[in-house]
Design a protein around this ligand. Structure first.
Ligand SMILES: [Fe+2]
Ligand SMILES: [Fe+2]
Length: 361
């Protein structure tokens, strides 16, 4: 059976395909009847689904993270795609092509990793450069860095998303350190190291979870441990350099209530915090635009941003038009003709979105 991907589902249609069960809940309707509320997923997104026929056997058999073959009909409910399942069958992991179910970065991880090493090679502070090089070329760290996600769900939550976020922040560091005339060596170090220890905080695989070390120690404190461990390998590593790098790592969440034990107190630490905030928010929007299943211009309510998001491209006119076609009703579907030779950059990481600004890639 050929795989039907969630992002390709358009109108009301009959579907038969294989999906991963992301969430499986037994619910009770107003009439007291039980049913299943299921979120199916694949590498392209999530699909809200219902199975109205309750059975206690299915309740035991189908679990979160298992693969299922389903047949049913795609509907729309309150502007959102909803799949009504008519038949469901559990599959074993060996029956599926895992690549169909893992969301990945658009960029090649090896290429991103080499770009990061090139930035480090060009650094002028020899101690910070050596420290970053030692850390990044550690076999286990580099292996994990190339595949890990940056978070469970909110931003860069896909394979190699952590590396994409780190590289994007590092490219911003190169540009913005120069713009604000701060020491770029520390800003680059902060951008590379601030979230690196998510490789210990999160698990790998299809359904990412927090590790025990992640829950009990976390990536901020773990980052300090890594700085200590590798700086001791470098002869005469300056104490104050290490202290300032540690301050950047400890303060990168910006506020006490977001888990930082210190708030940023140097220009370099402030900039790392702001770059991180900017890249994570833009990464979040990118994920919402890609995954939100609400039809029309607007996303459903996004809890972590406390708002709904406008998902469509904004109007763009490379040439004058004869008369204004779209009037004031912003909710109506735009009917302007596609301008000739409209430049459509593929949506990509923030670092790449700065394509017009030549940064040291
Ligand atoms: Fe962080
Ligand atoms: Fe981050």
């Amino acid at each position: 059976m050929s795989k039907i991907f969630i992002s390709d589902l358009q109108g009301k249609e009959e579907i038969e395909s294989i999906f991963l069960v992301k969430i499986f809940n037994t619910m009770e309707g107003k009439d007291g009847k039980k049913y299943f509320n299921i979120i199916l997923s694949d590498s392209t997104g999530d699909l809200e689904s219902r199975l109205w026929q309750y059975s206690s056997e299915l309740e035991k058999e189908i679990t979160k993270n298992c693969f299922v073959k389903v047949r049913g009909k795609l509907n729309f409910y309150q502007g959102r795609k909803q799949f009504i399942i008519a038949a469901i069958e559990k599959l074993s992991d060996s029956d599926v092509n895992m690549d169909d179910f893992v969301m990945k970065s658009f960029s090649d991880p090896e290429e991103m990793y080499q770009q990061l090493l090139r930035v480090v090679d060009g650094m002028r502070d020899v101690y910070i450069r050596d420290l970053l090089k030692l850390i990044l070329t550690d076999t286990e760290i580099s292996r994990r860095l190339k595949t890990w996600q940056a978070g469970k769900t909110i931003h860069h939550a896909y394979r190699s998303g952590l590396l994409e976020h780190i590289l994007s922040c590092t490219n911003l560091a190169l540009y913005l350190s120069n713009h604000y005339r701060v020491n770029e060596n520390y800003v680059i170090a902060g951008c590379i190291l601030h979230d690196l220890c998510k490789i210990y905080e999160l698990t790998d695989g299809i359904n990412v979870e927090y590790t025990e070390e992640g829950k009990l120690v976390g990536h901020l404190v773990k980052g300090l441990e890594i700085v200590d461990r590798y700086s001791y390998k470098i002869k005469n590593f300056p104490h104050y350099t290490k202290m300032h790098i540690k301050h950047i790592l400890l303060s990168h969440h910006g506020e006490y209530e977001y888990g930082s034990p210190k708030v940023p107190q140097t220009s370099e630490a402030f900039l790392v915090h702001l770059i991180d905030l900017m890249d994570s928010k833009m990464g979040s929007l990118e994920m919402i635009k890609k995954l939100d299943s609400t039809t029309g211009h607007w996303s459903g309510f996004v809890k972590h941003l406390d708002r709904i998001i406008y998902k469509s491209d904004l109007p763009f006119y490379p040439e004058y038009v004869e008369e204004e076609i779209v009037k004031s009703n912003v909710t109506q579907e735009r009917k302007e003709p596609k301008p000739k030779q409209q430049i459509q950059e593929p949506r990509t990481s923030l670092g790449k979105m700065l394509g017009g600004i030549k940064i040291n890639e």
